[in-house]
Ligand binder design. Structure first.
Ligand SMILES: [Zn+2]
Length: 98
């Protein structure tokens, strides 16, 4: 007979959690809302992306994020940034020809 704690069932309630970040929500409606939460990896990525492609400014953003105590790790932020950058730029259409 196994005597495992059954509380894993309790927390297994499948709930599609929304982003739960008001800054991300408002940014989805208004991309230039300028609201960022340093605790949210999506917000941090947006912040870095707002500086993109200025590498110096982007790294200044990353440094600012890193200074925040509860911020996501730099690697997480960069991963999120990369995901954004690999998406087809539908809104941010930069000059593609140099
Ligand atoms: Zn957010």
């Amino acid at each position: 007979m196994t005597c495992e704690p059954a509380n894993s069932l309790e927390s297994a309630k499948a709930e599609a959690a929304p982003p739960a970040c008001p800054a991300c929500e408002s940014a989805a409606k208004k991309p230039l809302s300028g609201i960022y939460r340093f605790t949210c990896v999506q917000c941090c990525a947006r912040l870095v992306l707002s500086a993109h492609p200025d590498k110096r400014q982007a790294s200044a953003m990353l440094a600012a994020i890193a200074r925040f105590r509860e911020s996501p790790s730099r690697a997480d932020v960069l991963e999120c940034v990369r995901q954004h950058l690999t998406k087809p730029p539908s809104v941010l259409k930069k000059s593609e020809s140099d």
